[in-house]
Design a protein around this ligand. Sequence first.
Ligand code: AMP
Ligand code: GLY
Length: 422
Amino acid sequence: MKVLVVGGGGREHAIIKSVMKNPEIEMIYALPGNGGIARDVVTVSIGATDIEGIVNFAKDNTIDYAIVAPDDPLVLGCVDELNKIGIPCFGPDAKAAIIEGSKVFSKNLMRKYGIPTASYETFDDMDAAVAYLETAPIPTVIKADGLALGKGVIIAETREAAVDAVKSMMQDKMFGASGDHIVIEEFLEGPEVSVLSFTDGKTVVPMVSSMDHKRAGDGDTGLNTGGMGTVAPNPYYTEDVAERCMKEIFIPTIEAMKAEGRTFKGCLYFGLMITKDGPKVIEYNCRFGDPETQVVLPLLKSDLFEIMQAVTEERLGDMDVEWLDASACCVIGASEGYPVKYEKGFPITIPENLLPNTFVAGAKTQDGQLVTSGGRVLGVTAVEPTLEKAIASAYEMLDQIKFDNKYFRHDIGAKAMAALNK
Ligand code: AMP
Ligand code: GLY
């Protein structure tokens, strides 16, 4: 079997390392991959949003199966185009990927089907949005409709800040056309839980829960980033919460998408907040989360590629998806200055024995040497019997990985440990 993986971050590296364990696979191509991924599989410099390039490559190389990992090619219809030339894929078609591609769509879906989420209003007129803010409860949350590289959310603590946020999105177009439509929603409070799930549109199988750490600095300070580390499982995701999520959120979402003629097949990511009124959806993603994937997949005992094929062929209900009874912690090694401004091009050394645990994101090969090329450079994941051990091992491993200007948070997992010890 020849498999194509679209994408080039730590998430894709984790997917590739997991899929590689399947004995049926002879060849994996990553488009575009990165310098770290190139140590494991063949990388091809075709960008993840170059749908035509991806389709042509798949045709020319008689690809048997494709895994489309990032949000933008999914929203752009990469799966639709690959399916058209007969290539089965893991990932939703464009009609289903809209669940992440449009926040207005996903909020209206939740309202229509009674799925718990923050109450909200949608606007496509700036004056109406500003008028609404005169009486809206503060703090309030303002979201650009479309994909905005995970940055299209502003939490406004004051009325003035809320008006500024609306203007920056709708007038100054800080997120481009994504800001033509916006959602203004209720500010929710409570611990956040990420739950990735496999679904073939009929069955939904939640993966191990996880916790992201989105802020750049220790103690959840500083700017929002793509994620500075993750732990799994998430202690706030108790059996009770899991049961409620299944009944009130997961199954209703799958059914709602089916009823709308937008059957979702692939990995559906539920970003949840556990409020005092129960679990509520903060956001849906149409794909594996990054860096959640780097802690979730190392805990998967079953064969990922078999599960993916079962999703494509709509026989997920027949699969036994098993997980290790252990904990995982992933700490991201970033470039000092991320997410604003940082230097690149520093050589990276990773001890041989740590390669299986290292998921490379922002690195490229230059004169045969792996060098930093992005803000989030790599993630290192430890799997241990307890969360406490997993955290300690992940930090020990990151300490052995060397590159100049290495920056990381020191408190990944601290909140989860505090919850466990409560
Ligand atoms: P998102 O890009 O939708 O993941 O939002 C980024 C972050 O903003 C989330 O992880 C939450 O921490 C926060 N957030 C989004 N919506 C809300 C809300 N309604 N109430 C409180 N926090 C929110
Ligand atoms: N870690 C959040 C995301 O992948 O969007």
